[in-house]
Design a protein around this ligand. Structure first.
Ligand code: GTP
Ligand code: MG
Length: 492
Protein backbone atom coordinates (compact mmCIF):
# COMPACT_ATOMS: atom_id res chain seq x y z
CA UNK A 1 0.00 0.00 0.00
CA UNK A 2 2.60 2.51 -0.97
CA UNK A 3 0.77 5.22 -2.82
CA UNK A 4 -1.31 7.41 -0.60
CA UNK A 5 -3.74 9.28 -2.84
CA UNK A 6 -5.05 12.65 -1.74
CA UNK A 7 -8.08 12.54 0.49
CA UNK A 8 -11.29 11.61 -1.34
CA UNK A 9 -14.17 14.07 -1.71
CA UNK A 10 -16.33 11.81 0.41
CA UNK A 11 -13.89 11.70 3.30
CA UNK A 12 -13.46 15.48 3.09
CA UNK A 13 -17.24 15.88 3.22
CA UNK A 14 -17.48 13.58 6.24
CA UNK A 15 -14.72 15.43 8.10
CA UNK A 16 -16.43 18.70 7.26
CA UNK A 17 -19.62 17.31 8.64
CA UNK A 18 -17.75 16.58 11.86
CA UNK A 19 -16.81 20.24 12.11
CA UNK A 20 -20.41 21.29 11.62
CA UNK A 21 -21.55 18.96 14.38
CA UNK A 22 -18.86 20.36 16.67
CA UNK A 23 -20.13 23.89 15.99
CA UNK A 24 -23.68 22.89 16.84
CA UNK A 25 -22.85 20.75 19.84
CA UNK A 26 -19.58 22.09 21.27
CA UNK A 27 -19.58 19.49 24.04
CA UNK A 28 -18.95 16.81 21.39
CA UNK A 29 -15.85 18.58 20.07
CA UNK A 30 -13.29 16.33 21.81
CA UNK A 31 -14.94 13.13 20.57
CA UNK A 32 -15.28 14.55 17.07
CA UNK A 33 -11.65 15.59 17.06
CA UNK A 34 -10.78 12.01 17.89
CA UNK A 35 -12.97 10.67 15.09
CA UNK A 36 -11.27 13.02 12.62
CA UNK A 37 -7.82 12.16 13.81
CA UNK A 38 -8.63 8.49 13.43
CA UNK A 39 -9.65 9.11 9.84
CA UNK A 40 -6.15 10.44 9.14
CA UNK A 41 -4.42 7.47 10.70
CA UNK A 42 -3.49 4.25 8.92
CA UNK A 43 -6.29 1.80 8.23
CA UNK A 44 -7.03 -0.39 11.24
CA UNK A 45 -7.22 -4.02 10.32
CA UNK A 46 -8.21 -6.56 12.96
CA UNK A 47 -7.14 -10.19 12.71
CA UNK A 48 -9.85 -12.42 14.11
CA UNK A 49 -10.73 -16.09 14.27
CA UNK A 50 -10.97 -19.04 16.58
CA UNK A 51 -8.42 -20.03 19.15
CA UNK A 52 -5.13 -21.20 17.59
CA UNK A 53 -6.31 -20.37 14.09
CA UNK A 54 -2.87 -18.84 13.50
CA UNK A 55 -3.81 -15.17 14.02
CA UNK A 56 -0.64 -14.00 15.73
CA UNK A 57 1.59 -15.92 13.33
CA UNK A 58 -0.18 -14.31 10.38
CA UNK A 59 0.17 -10.90 11.97
CA UNK A 60 3.91 -11.45 12.26
CA UNK A 61 4.06 -12.57 8.66
CA UNK A 62 2.27 -9.41 7.53
CA UNK A 63 4.50 -7.19 9.63
CA UNK A 64 7.56 -9.06 8.42
CA UNK A 65 8.91 -9.34 11.96
CA UNK A 66 8.13 -11.66 14.81
CA UNK A 67 6.42 -9.27 17.24
CA UNK A 68 3.27 -11.02 18.44
CA UNK A 69 3.66 -13.89 20.88
CA UNK A 70 2.24 -17.17 19.63
CA UNK A 71 1.19 -20.25 21.57
CA UNK A 72 1.07 -19.75 25.32
CA UNK A 73 1.16 -16.69 27.53
CA UNK A 74 -1.26 -14.24 29.08
CA UNK A 75 -0.81 -11.72 26.29
CA UNK A 76 -2.44 -13.92 23.67
CA UNK A 77 -5.64 -13.34 25.66
CA UNK A 78 -5.58 -9.60 25.14
CA UNK A 79 -6.53 -7.40 22.24
CA UNK A 80 -3.21 -5.94 21.09
CA UNK A 81 -2.69 -3.14 18.62
CA UNK A 82 0.51 -3.09 16.61
CA UNK A 83 1.01 0.38 15.27
CA UNK A 84 3.77 2.42 13.80
CA UNK A 85 5.74 4.61 16.20
CA UNK A 86 9.07 6.35 16.31
CA UNK A 87 10.20 4.44 19.37
CA UNK A 88 9.69 0.97 20.80
CA UNK A 89 6.91 1.24 23.31
CA UNK A 90 4.19 -0.84 24.93
CA UNK A 91 1.20 0.79 26.54
CA UNK A 92 -1.71 -0.66 28.43
CA UNK A 93 -5.20 0.83 28.38
CA UNK A 94 -7.40 -0.20 31.27
CA UNK A 95 -11.13 -0.71 31.11
CA UNK A 96 -11.44 2.39 33.25
CA UNK A 97 -9.66 4.41 30.55
CA UNK A 98 -6.35 4.68 32.43
CA UNK A 99 -3.10 4.12 30.56
CA UNK A 100 0.32 2.97 31.66
CA UNK A 101 3.58 2.22 29.92
CA UNK A 102 4.67 -1.37 30.45
CA UNK A 103 8.14 -2.87 30.54
CA UNK A 104 8.90 -5.52 27.92
CA UNK A 105 11.72 -7.69 26.69
CA UNK A 106 12.62 -9.03 23.34
CA UNK A 107 15.53 -11.36 23.06
CA UNK A 108 14.95 -13.86 20.35
CA UNK A 109 11.49 -13.64 18.88
CA UNK A 110 8.26 -12.17 20.10
CA UNK A 111 7.81 -9.21 22.42
CA UNK A 112 7.45 -10.35 25.99
CA UNK A 113 5.35 -7.81 27.89
CA UNK A 114 5.56 -7.72 31.65
CA UNK A 115 2.02 -7.30 32.97
CA UNK A 116 3.24 -7.41 36.54
CA UNK A 117 0.51 -8.26 38.99
CA UNK A 118 -2.20 -6.79 36.81
CA UNK A 119 -5.54 -8.47 36.52
CA UNK A 120 -5.97 -9.07 32.80
CA UNK A 121 -9.75 -8.79 33.03
CA UNK A 122 -9.21 -5.12 33.85
CA UNK A 123 -7.16 -4.51 30.73
CA UNK A 124 -8.94 -3.21 27.66
CA UNK A 125 -6.01 -3.52 25.31
CA UNK A 126 -2.27 -3.30 24.77
CA UNK A 127 -0.74 -1.00 22.21
CA UNK A 128 2.64 -1.90 20.80
CA UNK A 129 4.39 0.91 18.95
CA UNK A 130 7.18 -0.27 16.71
CA UNK A 131 9.21 1.62 14.12
CA UNK A 132 8.64 -0.81 11.26
CA UNK A 133 7.72 0.33 7.78
CA UNK A 134 4.86 -2.12 7.15
CA UNK A 135 2.91 -0.66 10.07
CA UNK A 136 2.97 2.81 8.51
CA UNK A 137 0.36 1.61 6.06
CA UNK A 138 -1.81 -0.43 8.36
CA UNK A 139 -2.31 -0.78 12.07
CA UNK A 140 -2.77 -4.48 12.78
CA UNK A 141 -4.88 -5.61 15.69
CA UNK A 142 -4.39 -9.06 17.17
CA UNK A 143 -7.51 -10.38 18.89
CA UNK A 144 -7.89 -13.31 21.26
CA UNK A 145 -9.47 -16.45 19.83
CA UNK A 146 -13.23 -16.53 19.71
CA UNK A 147 -15.51 -19.41 20.68
CA UNK A 148 -12.86 -20.50 23.10
CA UNK A 149 -13.42 -22.65 26.12
CA UNK A 150 -12.97 -19.56 28.13
CA UNK A 151 -16.04 -17.55 27.21
CA UNK A 152 -14.53 -14.58 28.93
CA UNK A 153 -11.77 -14.25 26.38
CA UNK A 154 -14.16 -14.97 23.60
CA UNK A 155 -16.40 -12.19 24.85
CA UNK A 156 -13.49 -9.81 24.79
CA UNK A 157 -12.93 -10.37 21.08
CA UNK A 158 -16.60 -10.13 20.48
CA UNK A 159 -17.05 -6.84 22.22
CA UNK A 160 -14.05 -5.51 20.35
CA UNK A 161 -15.16 -6.57 16.90
CA UNK A 162 -18.89 -6.26 17.29
CA UNK A 163 -19.38 -3.67 19.98
CA UNK A 164 -22.82 -2.82 21.19
CA UNK A 165 -24.53 0.42 20.33
CA UNK A 166 -22.69 3.01 22.26
CA UNK A 167 -19.29 2.22 20.83
CA UNK A 168 -18.14 2.53 17.26
CA UNK A 169 -16.33 -0.36 15.64
CA UNK A 170 -12.67 0.20 16.43
CA UNK A 171 -11.43 -1.51 13.28
CA UNK A 172 -12.01 -0.42 9.70
CA UNK A 173 -11.55 -3.86 8.23
CA UNK A 174 -11.11 -7.46 9.32
CA UNK A 175 -9.06 -10.44 8.25
CA UNK A 176 -10.96 -13.47 9.47
CA UNK A 177 -9.06 -16.73 9.83
CA UNK A 178 -10.76 -20.05 9.48
CA UNK A 179 -9.43 -23.54 9.20
CA UNK A 180 -12.63 -25.41 8.49
CA UNK A 181 -15.83 -23.64 7.81
CA UNK A 182 -17.82 -23.93 10.99
CA UNK A 183 -21.19 -22.60 12.12
CA UNK A 184 -19.54 -20.48 14.83
CA UNK A 185 -17.47 -18.74 12.14
CA UNK A 186 -20.58 -17.84 10.22
CA UNK A 187 -22.47 -16.60 13.26
CA UNK A 188 -19.50 -14.60 14.45
CA UNK A 189 -19.05 -12.95 11.08
CA UNK A 190 -22.73 -12.13 11.11
CA UNK A 191 -22.58 -10.34 14.41
CA UNK A 192 -19.53 -8.41 13.32
CA UNK A 193 -21.40 -7.14 10.31
CA UNK A 194 -24.52 -6.09 12.06
CA UNK A 195 -24.27 -2.41 11.60
CA UNK A 196 -25.85 0.34 9.68
CA UNK A 197 -24.43 0.11 6.18
CA UNK A 198 -23.57 -3.45 6.01
CA UNK A 199 -25.99 -6.15 6.83
CA UNK A 200 -23.92 -8.15 6.28
CA UNK A 201 -21.02 -6.66 4.35
CA UNK A 202 -18.30 -8.52 2.57
CA UNK A 203 -16.69 -5.21 1.75
CA UNK A 204 -14.40 -4.80 4.70
CA UNK A 205 -13.76 -8.43 5.45
CA UNK A 206 -11.38 -10.90 3.85
CA UNK A 207 -11.20 -14.50 4.98
CA UNK A 208 -8.02 -16.52 5.19
CA UNK A 209 -7.96 -20.29 5.08
CA UNK A 210 -5.24 -20.43 7.70
CA UNK A 211 -2.55 -22.98 8.44
CA UNK A 212 -3.07 -23.97 4.84
CA UNK A 213 0.01 -26.20 4.87
CA UNK A 214 -1.75 -28.55 7.27
CA UNK A 215 -4.71 -29.09 4.95
CA UNK A 216 -3.31 -32.11 3.20
CA UNK A 217 -1.53 -33.51 6.27
CA UNK A 218 1.77 -32.16 5.09
CA UNK A 219 1.77 -33.60 1.56
CA UNK A 220 3.80 -31.61 -0.94
CA UNK A 221 0.71 -30.55 -2.83
CA UNK A 222 -0.84 -29.11 0.36
CA UNK A 223 -0.98 -25.57 -0.92
CA UNK A 224 -2.84 -26.46 -4.10
CA UNK A 225 -5.33 -28.54 -2.12
CA UNK A 226 -5.78 -25.57 0.19
CA UNK A 227 -6.36 -23.31 -2.81
CA UNK A 228 -9.11 -25.63 -4.01
CA UNK A 229 -10.81 -25.63 -0.62
CA UNK A 230 -10.49 -21.86 -0.35
CA UNK A 231 -12.19 -21.48 -3.74
CA UNK A 232 -14.99 -23.74 -2.61
CA UNK A 233 -15.46 -21.76 0.60
CA UNK A 234 -15.36 -18.56 -1.42
CA UNK A 235 -18.30 -19.82 -3.47
CA UNK A 236 -20.26 -20.95 -0.42
CA UNK A 237 -23.30 -18.67 -0.21
CA UNK A 238 -22.99 -18.41 3.58
CA UNK A 239 -19.48 -17.01 3.29
CA UNK A 240 -19.95 -15.08 0.07
CA UNK A 241 -22.32 -12.74 1.77
CA UNK A 242 -19.94 -12.14 4.64
CA UNK A 243 -16.47 -11.92 3.17
CA UNK A 244 -14.91 -10.58 0.03
CA UNK A 245 -12.83 -13.62 -0.77
CA UNK A 246 -11.08 -16.57 0.85
CA UNK A 247 -7.31 -16.84 0.49
CA UNK A 248 -5.22 -19.82 1.58
CA UNK A 249 -2.20 -18.77 3.64
CA UNK A 250 0.41 -20.71 5.60
CA UNK A 251 1.39 -17.99 8.03
CA UNK A 252 4.06 -20.16 9.61
CA UNK A 253 5.92 -20.51 6.30
CA UNK A 254 5.66 -16.78 5.67
CA UNK A 255 6.91 -15.99 9.16
CA UNK A 256 9.81 -18.42 8.73
CA UNK A 257 10.52 -16.80 5.36
CA UNK A 258 11.02 -13.40 6.98
CA UNK A 259 13.57 -14.47 9.54
CA UNK A 260 15.23 -17.66 8.34
CA UNK A 261 18.72 -18.16 9.74
CA UNK A 262 21.80 -19.57 8.11
CA UNK A 263 21.99 -22.16 10.87
CA UNK A 264 18.50 -23.39 10.12
CA UNK A 265 19.30 -23.64 6.43
CA UNK A 266 22.41 -25.70 7.16
CA UNK A 267 20.38 -28.10 9.25
CA UNK A 268 17.89 -28.52 6.42
CA UNK A 269 20.78 -29.20 4.06
CA UNK A 270 21.89 -31.99 6.41
CA UNK A 271 18.45 -33.53 6.07
CA UNK A 272 18.51 -33.13 2.31
CA UNK A 273 21.86 -34.90 2.14
CA UNK A 274 20.52 -37.95 3.96
CA UNK A 275 19.01 -40.80 1.96
CA UNK A 276 15.42 -40.37 0.84
CA UNK A 277 14.48 -43.58 2.62
CA UNK A 278 15.78 -42.16 5.89
CA UNK A 279 14.09 -38.76 5.55
CA UNK A 280 10.83 -40.34 4.36
CA UNK A 281 10.86 -42.48 7.45
CA UNK A 282 11.52 -39.49 9.70
CA UNK A 283 9.13 -37.07 8.07
CA UNK A 284 6.14 -39.36 8.32
CA UNK A 285 4.80 -37.79 11.51
CA UNK A 286 5.84 -34.94 13.76
CA UNK A 287 6.39 -37.38 16.58
CA UNK A 288 8.80 -39.49 14.53
CA UNK A 289 10.56 -36.47 13.18
CA UNK A 290 11.51 -35.36 16.66
CA UNK A 291 11.86 -38.64 18.51
CA UNK A 292 12.97 -41.42 16.15
CA UNK A 293 16.59 -42.44 16.54
CA UNK A 294 18.60 -41.50 13.46
CA UNK A 295 22.19 -40.88 12.40
CA UNK A 296 21.60 -37.87 10.17
CA UNK A 297 23.44 -35.64 12.61
CA UNK A 298 20.63 -33.58 14.13
CA UNK A 299 19.73 -34.12 17.75
CA UNK A 300 16.20 -34.04 19.10
CA UNK A 301 16.31 -30.42 20.18
CA UNK A 302 17.55 -29.35 16.76
CA UNK A 303 14.85 -31.32 15.02
CA UNK A 304 12.20 -29.94 17.35
CA UNK A 305 13.38 -26.41 16.63
CA UNK A 306 13.12 -26.99 12.87
CA UNK A 307 9.64 -28.37 13.26
CA UNK A 308 8.60 -25.47 15.42
CA UNK A 309 9.87 -23.05 12.83
CA UNK A 310 8.57 -24.66 9.66
CA UNK A 311 6.00 -27.31 10.49
CA UNK A 312 6.22 -30.74 8.92
CA UNK A 313 5.11 -29.53 5.52
CA UNK A 314 7.68 -26.70 5.60
CA UNK A 315 10.47 -29.14 6.44
CA UNK A 316 9.41 -31.49 3.66
CA UNK A 317 9.14 -28.68 1.16
CA UNK A 318 12.52 -27.26 2.12
CA UNK A 319 14.26 -30.65 1.95
CA UNK A 320 12.62 -31.39 -1.41
CA UNK A 321 13.60 -28.01 -2.85
CA UNK A 322 17.20 -28.30 -1.67
CA UNK A 323 17.43 -31.80 -3.20
CA UNK A 324 16.04 -30.74 -6.57
CA UNK A 325 18.40 -27.76 -6.61
CA UNK A 326 15.52 -25.26 -6.79
CA UNK A 327 16.92 -23.69 -3.66
CA UNK A 328 20.63 -23.24 -2.92
CA UNK A 329 20.94 -20.65 -0.15
CA UNK A 330 19.29 -19.27 2.98
CA UNK A 331 17.95 -16.30 1.04
CA UNK A 332 16.70 -18.57 -1.73
CA UNK A 333 14.88 -20.79 0.73
CA UNK A 334 13.42 -17.80 2.58
CA UNK A 335 12.02 -16.36 -0.60
CA UNK A 336 10.64 -19.72 -1.75
CA UNK A 337 8.84 -20.13 1.59
CA UNK A 338 7.33 -16.70 1.32
CA UNK A 339 6.09 -17.30 -2.22
CA UNK A 340 4.72 -20.71 -1.31
CA UNK A 341 2.97 -19.39 1.83
CA UNK A 342 0.42 -17.30 -0.07
CA UNK A 343 1.25 -14.20 1.98
CA UNK A 344 1.93 -12.11 -1.13
CA UNK A 345 -1.48 -12.92 -2.50
CA UNK A 346 -3.02 -11.86 0.79
CA UNK A 347 -1.03 -8.63 0.75
CA UNK A 348 -2.15 -7.94 -2.81
CA UNK A 349 -5.78 -8.52 -1.88
CA UNK A 350 -5.48 -6.32 1.18
CA UNK A 351 -4.19 -3.60 -1.07
CA UNK A 352 -6.90 -4.11 -3.69
CA UNK A 353 -9.75 -4.48 -1.31
CA UNK A 354 -8.82 -2.39 1.72
CA UNK A 355 -6.02 -0.12 0.55
CA UNK A 356 -7.78 1.22 -2.51
CA UNK A 357 -10.93 1.75 -0.52
CA UNK A 358 -9.13 3.24 2.43
CA UNK A 359 -10.89 6.60 2.32
CA UNK A 360 -14.30 5.01 1.86
CA UNK A 361 -13.74 2.68 4.79
CA UNK A 362 -12.45 5.57 6.88
CA UNK A 363 -15.41 7.73 5.86
CA UNK A 364 -17.72 4.89 6.73
CA UNK A 365 -16.19 4.38 10.19
CA UNK A 366 -16.23 8.13 10.87
CA UNK A 367 -19.81 8.54 9.72
CA UNK A 368 -20.94 5.61 11.84
CA UNK A 369 -19.24 7.09 14.87
CA UNK A 370 -20.74 10.53 14.22
CA UNK A 371 -24.18 9.12 13.74
CA UNK A 372 -23.94 7.39 17.09
CA UNK A 373 -22.82 10.57 18.80
CA UNK A 374 -25.52 12.69 17.22
CA UNK A 375 -28.27 10.21 18.04
CA UNK A 376 -27.95 11.14 21.70
CA UNK A 377 -28.15 14.90 21.16
CA UNK A 378 -30.58 17.45 19.94
CA UNK A 379 -29.30 18.71 16.60
CA UNK A 380 -30.75 20.95 13.92
CA UNK A 381 -32.87 19.57 11.09
CA UNK A 382 -30.35 20.96 8.66
CA UNK A 383 -27.60 18.90 10.23
CA UNK A 384 -29.67 15.73 10.32
CA UNK A 385 -30.56 16.26 6.67
CA UNK A 386 -26.91 16.72 5.79
CA UNK A 387 -25.97 13.47 7.50
CA UNK A 388 -28.76 11.70 5.64
CA UNK A 389 -27.64 13.23 2.36
CA UNK A 390 -24.06 12.19 2.91
CA UNK A 391 -25.04 8.63 3.61
CA UNK A 392 -27.57 8.36 0.81
CA UNK A 393 -25.75 10.50 -1.72
CA UNK A 394 -22.24 9.10 -1.59
CA UNK A 395 -21.76 7.00 -4.67
CA UNK A 396 -19.04 5.02 -2.90
CA UNK A 397 -21.58 3.82 -0.35
CA UNK A 398 -24.12 3.09 -3.07
CA UNK A 399 -21.55 0.90 -4.80
CA UNK A 400 -20.93 -0.92 -1.55
CA UNK A 401 -24.64 -1.43 -1.07
CA UNK A 402 -25.10 -2.90 -4.55
CA UNK A 403 -22.08 -5.14 -4.03
CA UNK A 404 -23.64 -6.30 -0.77
CA UNK A 405 -26.92 -6.98 -2.51
CA UNK A 406 -25.17 -9.03 -5.15
CA UNK A 407 -23.29 -11.01 -2.54
CA UNK A 408 -26.28 -11.56 -0.30
CA UNK A 409 -28.28 -12.83 -3.23
CA UNK A 410 -30.94 -10.19 -2.75
CA UNK A 411 -30.16 -8.61 -6.09
CA UNK A 412 -31.56 -11.14 -8.42
CA UNK A 413 -29.95 -10.55 -11.76
CA UNK A 414 -29.84 -13.51 -14.02
CA UNK A 415 -26.59 -14.81 -15.42
CA UNK A 416 -23.41 -13.38 -16.66
CA UNK A 417 -23.80 -9.66 -16.02
CA UNK A 418 -23.24 -10.26 -12.34
CA UNK A 419 -19.52 -10.96 -12.21
CA UNK A 420 -18.97 -8.08 -14.60
CA UNK A 421 -21.02 -5.75 -12.45
CA UNK A 422 -19.12 -6.75 -9.32
CA UNK A 423 -15.84 -6.02 -11.06
CA UNK A 424 -17.06 -2.67 -12.37
CA UNK A 425 -18.22 -1.63 -8.92
CA UNK A 426 -14.76 -2.33 -7.59
CA UNK A 427 -15.12 -5.71 -5.89
CA UNK A 428 -11.63 -6.79 -6.86
CA UNK A 429 -9.99 -3.39 -6.71
CA UNK A 430 -11.08 0.16 -7.33
CA UNK A 431 -8.33 1.19 -9.75
CA UNK A 432 -9.57 2.09 -13.24
CA UNK A 433 -8.00 -0.89 -15.00
CA UNK A 434 -9.25 -3.33 -12.38
CA UNK A 435 -12.79 -2.09 -12.69
CA UNK A 436 -12.69 -2.26 -16.47
CA UNK A 437 -11.07 -5.70 -16.53
CA UNK A 438 -8.08 -4.34 -18.47
CA UNK A 439 -4.42 -5.37 -18.12
CA UNK A 440 -2.68 -3.39 -15.36
CA UNK A 441 -0.60 -1.28 -17.75
CA UNK A 442 -3.43 -0.14 -20.04
CA UNK A 443 -3.28 3.55 -20.97
CA UNK A 444 -6.00 6.21 -21.31
CA UNK A 445 -6.99 5.37 -24.90
CA UNK A 446 -7.77 1.76 -24.06
CA UNK A 447 -9.47 2.84 -20.85
CA UNK A 448 -11.68 5.34 -22.65
CA UNK A 449 -12.75 2.82 -25.24
CA UNK A 450 -13.53 0.25 -22.56
CA UNK A 451 -15.44 2.64 -20.35
CA UNK A 452 -17.57 3.87 -23.27
CA UNK A 453 -18.42 0.32 -24.15
CA UNK A 454 -19.44 -0.43 -20.56
CA UNK A 455 -21.37 2.81 -20.37
CA UNK A 456 -23.39 1.95 -23.48
CA UNK A 457 -24.14 -1.49 -22.18
CA UNK A 458 -25.26 -0.41 -18.70
CA UNK A 459 -27.23 2.57 -20.04
CA UNK A 460 -29.16 0.23 -22.26
CA UNK A 461 -29.91 -2.06 -19.31
CA UNK A 462 -30.86 0.90 -17.15
CA UNK A 463 -33.26 2.27 -19.69
CA UNK A 464 -34.68 -0.85 -21.26
CA UNK A 465 -38.32 -1.46 -20.36
CA UNK A 466 -37.45 -5.15 -20.49
CA UNK A 467 -34.99 -4.94 -17.58
CA UNK A 468 -36.44 -6.20 -14.33
CA UNK A 469 -36.51 -3.47 -11.71
CA UNK A 470 -33.53 -4.65 -9.60
CA UNK A 471 -31.41 -4.91 -12.74
CA UNK A 472 -32.44 -1.45 -13.89
CA UNK A 473 -31.53 0.18 -10.61
CA UNK A 474 -28.21 -1.69 -10.33
CA UNK A 475 -27.51 -0.68 -13.93
CA UNK A 476 -28.08 2.98 -13.03
CA UNK A 477 -25.44 2.66 -10.33
CA UNK A 478 -23.10 1.10 -12.90
CA UNK A 479 -23.77 4.01 -15.27
CA UNK A 480 -22.84 6.47 -12.57
CA UNK A 481 -19.67 4.48 -11.87
CA UNK A 482 -18.78 4.59 -15.58
CA UNK A 483 -19.34 8.34 -15.71
CA UNK A 484 -17.06 8.76 -12.73
CA UNK A 485 -14.42 6.57 -14.34
CA UNK A 486 -14.64 8.56 -17.56
CA UNK A 487 -14.11 11.80 -15.67
CA UNK A 488 -11.11 10.29 -13.85
CA UNK A 489 -9.54 9.09 -17.10
CA UNK A 490 -10.19 12.42 -18.83
CA UNK A 491 -8.62 14.31 -15.93
CA UNK A 492 -5.46 12.20 -16.42
N1 GTP B 1 1.70 -25.69 10.37
C1 GTP B 1 1.33 -24.46 10.69
N2 GTP B 1 1.22 -24.11 11.96
C2 GTP B 1 0.84 -22.85 12.26
C3 GTP B 1 0.54 -21.90 11.24
N3 GTP B 1 0.19 -20.74 11.84
C4 GTP B 1 0.26 -20.97 13.16
N4 GTP B 1 0.65 -22.23 13.42
C5 GTP B 1 0.86 -22.84 14.73
O1 GTP B 1 -0.37 -22.85 15.42
C6 GTP B 1 -0.18 -22.51 16.78
C7 GTP B 1 -1.04 -21.31 17.12
O2 GTP B 1 -0.58 -20.21 16.39
P1 GTP B 1 -0.90 -18.72 16.83
O3 GTP B 1 -0.38 -17.83 15.77
O4 GTP B 1 -0.45 -18.49 18.22
O5 GTP B 1 -2.48 -18.78 16.76
P2 GTP B 1 -3.52 -17.75 17.39
O6 GTP B 1 -4.72 -17.80 16.54
O7 GTP B 1 -2.88 -16.42 17.55
O8 GTP B 1 -3.81 -18.39 18.81
P3 GTP B 1 -4.55 -17.71 20.08
O9 GTP B 1 -4.15 -16.27 20.10
O10 GTP B 1 -4.04 -18.48 21.24
O11 GTP B 1 -6.00 -17.91 19.83
C8 GTP B 1 1.29 -22.25 16.94
O12 GTP B 1 1.89 -23.42 17.43
C9 GTP B 1 1.78 -21.97 15.55
O13 GTP B 1 3.11 -22.32 15.35
C10 GTP B 1 0.68 -22.32 9.88
O14 GTP B 1 0.47 -21.56 8.93
N5 GTP B 1 1.07 -23.60 9.68
MG1 MG C 1 -2.69 -15.19 19.24
Amino acid sequence: MSEMPRRSALLTEVLDLGQQIAREVPSLAPELAEISSRAEQPLRVAIAGKVKAGKSTLLNALVGDELAPTDAGECTKLVTWYQHGLVYRVEMTGRDGSTAQLPFEREDGAIDVDLGERDITKIERLTVEWPVKTLEEMTLIDTPGIASVSTDISARSHSFLAPDDEKSTPSDAVIYLLRHLHATDVSFLHSFHEDEYAQPSPINCVAVLSRADEVAVGRLDAMSSAARIARRYGDDPRLRRLVQTVIPVAGLLAQAGTGLRELEYRRLVKLAEASEAETDRLMLTTDRFVNAPTDIGLDEAQRRALLHRLGLFGVRLAVHSIRTGDVGSTAGLASMLRVESGIDQLRGTLFDVFGARRDTLKARSALLAMQRLVAEHQTSDALDARIERTIAGAHEFTELRVLNDIRSGSLNIAGDGLAELERLLGASGTQVNRRLGLPEDSGPDKQKAAVLEELGKWRERAESPLSPRPMASAARVAVRTCEGLFATIAAG
